[in-house]
Ligand binder design. Structure first.
Ligand code: G6P
Length: 615
């Protein structure tokens, strides 16, 4: 949700900033801009559109500087226009800022500043922030302050309500950049006589292996050879430098047309990485030391609460089925955005689990923080090493799925479910699950990468089916039990990237409403990979057929759909514990091929962003 980069050093800042923005475009892509500072001149360029549009503008009118800040935007306050694009400059022309987050009290601040003679040229909340910094610098910070710029920012932040991750530069302090964070991620890359700033380590584009994670309430004063950090209340902070493993962060297209396609095809590898080293030597349970919790402590919990957003929320629903089935512990699943405000009564022996690919989603982070404030033990499943959620949870499991760039989540989803299956197995074996049943699940888990590969091998057949359905505008996705969350995820994938209306429903529940949509113009994708209930699902399919609704069956028992389904995607027969993961793959491919043939930009779907760091 908005990407920020900053550079201060000895090299030409422009290519570093532009390359960083290109890497961060998955966070937002409706406009982009940069501000460079050299010899007392502030050069600002900003344009509606993708980073490539800004890059063309920069090429036409180059400006050489060794420090600067840049931004790729996902609009919150104010439409998508050149004027609302970042950076924003204070009305005295002295300060330029790039900001991610929302200043909630911006209207009051704006009134105050208008009274003082400051003017505004955009509709954004950010412009009030930069003007308030200018005001504090000019009127509230003595010229002989030890670090007047830092002091002005610090005083400003005491009046700000809301969230921010920002970098600000000033003509008046030409060798310093100030960066601060509350609620929106910000990382400082440490180089030799240079520093970089970014919302995500990807924005460093491999230029910094040593990083400082700025924490909420911290402000950094960065020069070419030093970085000091204080808190908003002016307490000094011990600066800790961490090393990043760039291999994990590798995010090149590698011959694929889009990141989404690449990430769908990377799933066997991502699953291998999720499982590696996490199976016990006797092959009957999981080894999950990252949970940071002893078996005895774990046995004390009699309820698990999962919180997440978007696709990760669907992974929580899948976890509910797996954990209740194999570990026999009741599981509740909450949207993080609801949970954080609704003050839900929680039993004292509840374990709270959050799932977040990015580890930065603000609602999930706040759900985690609220659970901690209430004294609950919190665990996290995330794909981003060093992310805020991974740092703030009491323990957790990394997915190691490799960086996911496509805005619509694919490999992260299947890897999250695989990890939840490991959790179900681990807790199950501490409770009622037998040694033999544990071994069966382990064997299923080990077969997972190959099972997914066998579905990927059907991609061209799925593409042909997709071609038949590109012009439909409504879809139903139906599944039962453990395949219900997968139906929800299939519908979400289709709507996210193709803009087709799609609804996921439990197959039998469909009779209580969605059946009204069934007609020749509304195809149903039916998941039927469960022995026990397949015949019931066939009856549901008959009900759709009787109303002339086209049917695509995704099933390991194709014979059941003879004469009923218009198209069948035949699935391998796999153990029930991994069926959901395997059944996800054809739905991802179906959505992908439909969206591609409609000419949609699957990696950057309209209005969406990958890491949602605003409420
Ligand atoms: C956004 C993304 C989704 C993702 C959701 C939660 O909406 O577009 O793909 O599932 O955020 O993200 P998280 O990083 O917390 O898993």
């Amino acid at each position: 949700m908005c990407g920020i980069t900053g550079y201060i050093g000895c090299r030409d800042a422009t290519p570093i900033l532009i390359e960083g923005l290109l890497k961060l475009e998955y966070r937002g892509y409706d406009s982009a801009g940069l501000a460079l500072l050299d010899n007392g001149t502030l050069d600002v360029k900003k344009k509606k559109g993708r980073v490539s549009v800004l890059a063309e503008e920069v090429d036409k009118h180059p400006f050489r500087a060794t420090m600067g800040i840049s931004h790729t935007r996902w609009a919150t306050h104010g439409g998508v226009t050149d004027a609302n694009a970042h950076p924003h400059v204070s009305s005295d022309g002295n300060f330029a800022i790039v900001h991610n987050g929302i200043i909630e009290n911006y209207e009051n601040i704006k009134k105050f500043l208008l009274d003082k003679g400051y003017s505004f040229s955009s509709q954004t909340d950010t412009e009030t922030l930069v003007n308030l910094i200018a005001y504090h610098y000019e009127h509230r910070t003595p010229p002989d302050s030890e670090n007047r710029f830092l002091e002005a920012v610090r005083k400003t932040l005491r009046h700000i309500e809301g969230t921010y991750g920002f970098a600000v530069i000033s003509k008046l302090c030409p060798d310093e950049m100030i960066a601060a964070r509350k609620g929106s991620p910000l990382i400082i890359g440490v180089g030799k006589n240079e520093y970089l700033v970014s919302s995500d380590i990807l924005g460093f584009a491999g230029r910094a292996s040593n990083v400082i994670y700025l924490e909420d309430g911290q402000i950094a004063s960065i020069t070419r050879d030093n970085c000091d950090i204080v808190t908003v209340s002016n307490a000094p902070v011990d600066v800790r430098v961490n090393e990043i493993d760039w291999e994990l962060e590798n995010a090149e297209l590698g011959g694929f047309d889009t990141y989404m396609e690449k990430e769908i095809f990377e799933q066997p590898k991502a699953l291998e990485n999720a499982i590696r080293g996490r199976i016990s030597d006797d092959m009957s349970t999981a080894k999950l030391s990252g949970l940071n919790i002893t078996p005895n402590e774990l046995r004390q919990f009699d309820r698990i609460l999962f919180c997440a957003c978007g696709t990760a929320w669907h992974a929580c629903l899948a976890a509910e089925y797996l954990i209740e089935k194999y570990a026999r512990i009741p599981v509740d699943v909450e949207y993080a955005s609801e949970f954080r405000y609704r003050n839900a009564p929680l039993d004292k022996n509840t374990l709270v689990f959050v799932i977040s690919q990015s580890g930065e989603t603000i609602d999930t982070l706040e759900a985690l923080r609220e659970s901690k404030r209430k004294g609950f033990r919190t665990l996290a499943i995330t794909n981003s090493v060093g992310s805020t959620i991974s740092r703030e949870s009491d323990g957790g499991l990394y997915q190691y799925a490799g960086k996911e760039i496509g805005v619509a989540s694919t490999k992260a989803f299947t890897s999250q479910i695989a990890i939840c299956l490991l959790v179900a197995l681990y807790i199950g074996r501490m409770r009622d699950l037998s040694f033999a049943a544990g071994r069966e699940i382990v064997s299923a888990i080990n077969s997972l990468p190959r099972a997914v590969e066998s579905v990927l091998a059907k991609a061209s057949g799925i593409e042909k089916i997709a071609q038949k359905y590109t012009s439909y505008e409504d879809f139903l996705f139906l599944g039962r039990l453990a395949e219900f969350p997968i139906a929800l995820e299939g519908a979400l994938k289709l709507k996210e990237i193709s803009y087709i209306h799609a609804e996921g429903y439990p197959a039998a529940e469909m009779k209580h409403g969605p059946i009204a949509l069934v007609c020749p113009e509304c195809p149903s994708v039916i998941l039927a990979n469960s022995d026990d209930i397949s015949l019931k699902i066939v009856s549901n399919a008959q009900e759709i057929k009787a109303r002339k609704g086209p049917i695509i069956a995704v099933t390991d028992r194709p014979e059941l759909f003879d004469g009923i389904a218009d198209d069948v995607i035949a699935m391998p027969r796999v153990h029930e514990s991994i069926r959901g993961i395997v059944a996800t793959v054809p739905l991802q491919l179906l959505a992908y091929y439909i969206a591609r043939s409609r000419g949609c930009d699957v990696d950057k779907p309209r209005n969406l962003a990958k890491a949602v760091t605003v409420e």
